[in-house]
Design a protein. Structure first.
Length: 312
């Protein structure tokens, strides 16, 4: 839409929250700093509460300010959806969709998703943020994202799960590793080798700690990191193992740089990848299109990984 339907005061407040100062927000919006300051002061006067903490090096939203920022962002997403719906009525598939996904998805199915949409629907724009599962869930609930691809998403009525695929918990090793020829592996067998453990910010780590606390006893050979790329590099070095799902290492499984063996321990629960939306916000046609293409991209990626021949 040529003119925003969101009140200027809310747009200015949102940008100050993003930028951290009125001066930076003014440069981003190409608006006079005095105009932004005047709108924020007027809002604070009308509401009777401070919306920002004035700090020596900038401004930070207060609790009341955060509530208004969330409102402003929801309105902007609603505005984009309405614009997309109007264009759909006119026969044009056009719009911007915000997607939140996991770091590992950047090397598995996100690039094919973007390329496919660019080919079939060039007027659809994607905004993609990478996050932890907890951060991704929070982004959906706060209106900061419209579609999420999230590992091990717990059921909750506020989220609408469009698609869920279970993924076996597995042990990943290099092709030359002593375990590489196994069809399956036990946790005890894997723990005879150096292990890379993921950060506690990831649900798979919390699951392992809850179900298999003995893995984390002192004296065991392991390294802990929040970097999936480092974990994969260590495993490709030939000594380490990591417990994860196929989607976390899809690119390396496809080209034979890594091997995946399901964990056969009794009670080893599968991991899961879900495509979800905020249940309180009915999706527009462009959001539905992106969500469906996301589902297709995930399924296609898994099919390619599982069809990839093992190489020596």
């Amino acid at each position: 839409m040529p003119h925003s339907l969101v009140p200027a005061a809310l747009r200015y407040l949102d940008q100050v929250a993003r930028s951290g100062s009125i001066q930076k927000a003014a440069r981003e919006l190409h608006v006079a700093a005095s105009a932004i300051n005047r709108q924020i002061l007027q809002l604070e006067d009308e509401l009777g509460v401070p919306l920002f903490e004035r700090l020596p090096r900038g401004m930070r939203p207060s609790a009341s300010g955060e509530a208004l920022v969330t409102l402003a962002r929801r309105w902007r997403e609603d505005e984009r959806r309405v614009a997309g719906e109007i264009r759909r009525i006119q026969g044009v598939h056009q719009g911007r969709v915000s997607v939140v996904a996991m770091d590992s998805h950047a090397t598995s199915f996100l690039a094919p998703l973007v390329e496919g949409l660019a080919h079939s629907h060039p007027l659809v724009t994607l905004s993609i943020e990478l996050a932890t599962p907890d951060e991704a869930e929070a982004a959906l609930l706060a209106g900061k994202a419209e579609v999420g691809a999230i590992f091990n998403l717990a059921p909750r009525r506020e989220l609408l799960v469009l698609h869920r695929r279970e993924l076996p918990l597995g042990c990943v090793v290099a092709p030359g590793h002593p375990l590489a020829a196994r069809a399956t592996v036990s946790l005890q067998e894997a723990m005879a080798h150096p292990v890379v453990l993921q950060s506690k910010a990831l649900t798979i780590r919390r699951y392992l700690e809850a179900q298999y606390s003995w893995l984390f006893k002192e004296g065991r050979r392991h390294v802990e990191t929040n970097s999936l790329q480092l974990a994969k590099q260590l495993v490709m070095g030939g000594q380490h193992v990591v417990f994860t799902s196929e989607l976390d290492v899809a690119a390396e499984l496809r080209d034979g740089r890594l091997r995946f063996m399901p964990v056969r321990d009794h009670g080893a629960e599968p991991q899961a990848i879900s495509v979800a939306l905020d249940a309180a916000r009915p999706p527009g046609p462009v959001v539905k299109l992106v969500a469906q293409r996301l589902v297709e991209a995930i399924d296609r990626c898994l099919a390619e990984v599982r069809a990839a021949p093992a190489t020596d």
